[in-house]
Design a protein around this ligand. Structure first.
Ligand SMILES: [Zn+2]
Ligand SMILES: [Zn+2]
Length: 92
């Protein structure tokens, strides 16, 4: 089962809620967190084993994937420390 996280940067007031991550009924593809330097977003995107990950927003290939348990990153918008928080709930 997959889960959800929230993203919050208090510096530029970016707030994203219920970002889906993880695996559903099938093991692949699955949702991974990413940070895109091109369109300056974070989010989750479908990743297939062996395939190049793409940004879920601008489809830029080769975006930086983040570990599922990441809690702190530098905000792609403002460069300040921002955080991910695990959220209740799951999806299949
Ligand atoms: Zn920010
Ligand atoms: Zn992008």
């Amino acid at each position: 089962m997959g889960g959800f996280v929230d993203y919050h940067c208090k510096h530029c007031r970016t707030e994203l809620t219920e970002i889906a991550i993880g695996r559903g009924r099938q093991s692949s593809p699955y949702l991974r967190l990413f940070r895109c330097a091109k369109c300056k977003t974070v989010g989750s995107t479908w990743v297939e084993d062996g395939a190049v990950p793409r940004c879920g927003t601008c489809y830029e290939p080769g975006v930086e994937l983040l570990p599922d348990d990441v809690t702190r990153i530098d905000c792609p918008k403002c460069g300040q420390p921002a955080r991910f928080t695990p959220r209740e709930g799951s999806w299949e």
